[in-house]
Every structure is written in structure tokens, then in C-alpha cells.
Design a protein around this ligand. Structure first.
Ligand SMILES: Nc1nc2c(ncn2[C@@H]2O[C@H](COP(=O)(O)OP(=O)(O)OP(=O)(O)O)[C@@H](O)[C@H]2O)c(=O)[nH]1
Ligand SMILES: [Mg+2]
Length: 355
């Protein structure tokens, strides 16, 4: 799973990235344009329990990749739009839109207006997508000119996308049939991905768990949002657990920004975790809810995917309760499932496959 951080200049992307990925603060990175990438283990204590039952020598926690992207500049700040952002950001599964809600002025020296910034950011993403779609439509139409066949389902779909974007709506809100969805996926349109709005707010707004003047706007756009204070959390990361707990209690927050953010990404993407284990290693894997045992096996290794016969599946709670594989087999809790079995959160998977 890969989540990209997008935002206007100076909104706090790099600070939040450092908070979420637990990286050291490097002042020379502030305001730098290139993208940074970090893989974060998302500790799931169930991995340890699975390892215990299997006697695994080592454990590997599920991973999420975060990408600190370059700032998006709004319309008049740059002369030429290109698809470079889509190139670096395109393979993200979701975007966190980091909006400045602290201080009294934005990066251009204007009065702070997080709502306007959110609108500007969405508009910029929309315009970027429009550029890609229009370019493709033009190419298809010029190809059609020299061909006898004048029909193109791709062009028809792209024209619908163009209309959606032209109306200021996001591609992810379009109703698409699976074929259309597949056709669009290759374009990696920014507004086709799940979006999480992160308001980087002031102390007062964090206490009130709001972002003055902007939350309703996010809600109207159908977007999930959360308040954080990246600067505060950065300081907090240096302190001991007791002080952190006091802070969370005082602000009535159910976790550090890092935890709340990762949880929100999981919810946004509807992610579940499954496990694999043998005597060498117990490992957690994340996958979209609704994925099949076959798809899960592909996350682990392409050999398992290609040679998939069936999977033995057991809920990790059951494994924990009964204490051994033998006991699980005896109790009949170990199920044989085929390719199309829908993975459940907490499943431990043993794939039988042809080598
Ligand atoms: N008061 C306050 N300042 C913050 C907060 N988050 C970031 N800042 C400050 O805002 C400035 C910009 O923060 P960055 O994290 O570099 O923002 P960015 O979005 O990565 O900026 P660019 O990469 O230049 O677009 C820095 O001076 C930060 O210290 C916050 O929550 N509160
Ligand atoms: Mg930055």
C-alpha cells in the first residue's frame, strides 16, 4: 500500500511525513522539490502470536509506503502544466491532501484560508487530470481520422471523464462498470484515487478537533478529513511515553498523529491484514478488503499465484485460542478454500501450490 502526500507549498507535508514515518528532522529537506519515500512497518501484535504457534525464527510486520511529493502550485504560480506529477505520484493507492490550518498567512503572504486552499488543491488536481484526458482524446481522434472504424469506447469514456472534471467533480465519484474502471486505471488520474484531507491545524483547532472554516467544505466534497498538528507531534515524538499519553488525554485524541493517520489510511483504503507463517518467518500482509485467497497468494510470491491449488485458512484468533496447528486440525478449524475465497482480516494462509 502506497500513500502520497500532496499539498500547496509550505502546508506541512514534509513535517507530517517525518512524523508519520518517524524520520529525523533534516532542516535542509524543508522546501526541497524532489520526492522522498519511506517504508513504514505497521506493527500488528498478531504477527508475534502467529510466530509463537508456528515457532517462526523471525517476524516481519506489514508495510506501508509513504511518499512526500513536491508541492502543487496553483494556477498563476506556474506557467506550464505537465504530467510530471502524475508520473511520480501515479502509482500511489491514495493521497493525503495536507492543508495548512496553522498560522495567520499562507505561503503567498495572504490571509490563511484552509477552505480556499483545499479548493485550490482539488482544482489543481482536476486540471492536471483534464490535461491528461484531453491529450489522450486528441490522440485517439487523430488516429480515428485515418482509420475506417470511427467507434472508440475509450474515447467515449474519456469524454465522460472530461465532462465530470469540467463540472468540478472528482473521477472517483463517477459510476463506472469494471471494464471502464480497468480502462481508466492506466491513466493514474489523481482524482480517481481515495483522498484523505489532513488539516494541519493550530493548537486551538486541535483541541476542538476541527479546522475552522474548512471541515464542512471537505464534508460537502464527500472527503474524509482529520485534524493534526504536525509541528506539535514533531515535538511530542521526542518525549517519553508518559508525557505523550498526558498530551493525548489533555487533547482528547485517540492516538498519536502517526497512529491516527495510518488508521485513517487503512479505513480509507479498506485494508485488511492476513498472515503467512512457517518455521523461518511469520509475516503480515496488507491487501484491499474483498481480495481473494488467490490475490493474497500473489502478494506473497508469484510462484504461489501461478501454481495456486488451494489454501488452508485459519483465523488467527482461533490459532491463538487452540495454541497449535495440530489442535486446530483436530478441532476442524482449519478450512480448505479455493481461489475465490474472500480473505478475512486476521486469516492465516497456507498456500498449496504446484511448483
Ligand atoms: N506552527 C506550525 N508550523 C508548522 C506546522 N507544520 C509545519 N510547520 C512549519 O511550516 C513550514 C513548512 O513546513 P514543511 O513541512 O516544510 O511544509 P511542506 O508542505 O513540506 O513545504 P514544501 O515542501 O516547501 O511545499 C516549516 O517552517 C514548518 O516548521 C504546524 O503544524 N504548526
Ligand atoms: Mg516539503
Amino acid at each position: 500500500m502506497k500513500v502520497g502526500f500532496l499539498g500547496l507549498p509550505g502546508s506541512g507535508k514534509t513535517t507530517l511525513f517525518n512524523v508519520v514515518t518517524g524520520r529525523e528532522i533534516d532542516p535542509s529537506e524543508m522546501g526541497r522539490a524532489e520526492t522522498r519515500l519511506a517504508v513504514v512497518k505497521v506493527p500488528d501484535e498478531r504477527v508475534e502470536r502467529v510466530a509463537e504457534v508456528y515457532g517462526s525464527a523471525k517476524t516481519t510486520q506489514p508495510e506501508v509506503t509513504f511518499v512526500d511529493l513536491m508541492a502543487l502550485h496553483t494556477g498563476d504560480e506556474h506557467s506550464r502544466r505537465d504530467d510530471s506529477l502524475t508520473k511520480v505520484a501515479g502509482d500511489a493507492d491514495a493521497f493525503a491532501l495536507v492543508i495548512q490550518g496553522f498560522g495567520s498567512m499562507n505561503h503567498r503572504g495572504e490571509a490563511l484560508d484552509p477552505g480556499a486552499d483545499l479548493e485550490a488543491l482539488l482544482l489543481e488536481m482536476t486540471v492536471t487530470d483534464l490535461g491528461i484526458v484531453e491529450g489522450r482524446v486528441r490522440r485517439i481522434e487523430s488516429e480515428l481520422k485515418s482509420s475506417r472504424d470511427k467507434a472508440s469506447p475509450e474515447r467515449d469514456l474519456l469524454l465522460r471523464v472530461e465532462e465530470q472534471l469540467g463540472d468540478g467533480r472528482l473521477v472517483r465519484d463517477m459510476e463506472l462498470i469494471p471494464d471502464e474502471d480497468r480502462m481508466l486505471r492506466g491513466f493514474n488520474l489523481l482524482t480517481s484515487k481515495p483522498l484523505l484531507v489532513v488539516f494541519n491545524v493550530s493548537d486551538e483547532d486541535l483541541r476542538a478537533q476541527t479546522c475552522t472554516g474548512a471541515c464542512t467544505l471537505a464534508e460537502e466534497a464527500g472527503l474524509t478529513w482529520m485534524p493534526v498538528s504536525a509541528a506539535l507531534e514533531q515535538e511530542l515524538a521526542e518525549l517519553d511515553e508518559e508525557t505523550q499519553a498526558e498530551f493525548l488525554a489533555e487533547y482528547d485524541l485517540d492516538g498519536l498523529a502517526r497512529e491516527r493517520f495510518i488508521r485513517a489510511c487503512y479505513d480509507l483504503l479498506d485494508v485488511i491484514t492476513f498472515f503467512t507463517a512457517n518455521e523461518n518467518q511469520a509475516r503480515g500482509w496488507t491487501i484491499s478488503a474483498g481480495a481473494t485467497a488467490h490475490e493474497g497468494s500473489g502478494k506473497v510470491h508469484s510462484d504461489l499465484y501461478d501454481g495456486f491449488i488451494r489454501a488452508e485458512v485459519i483465523a488467527c484468533e482461533k490459532l491463538d485460542e487452540l495454541g497449535s496447528i495440530a489442535a486446530c486440525k483436530e478441532a476442524g478449524c482449519m478450512r480448505l478454500e479455493g481461489k475465490d475465497y474472500e480473505l478475512q482480516d486476521g486469516d492465516v494462509l497456507e498456500v498449496r501450490f504446484n511448483r
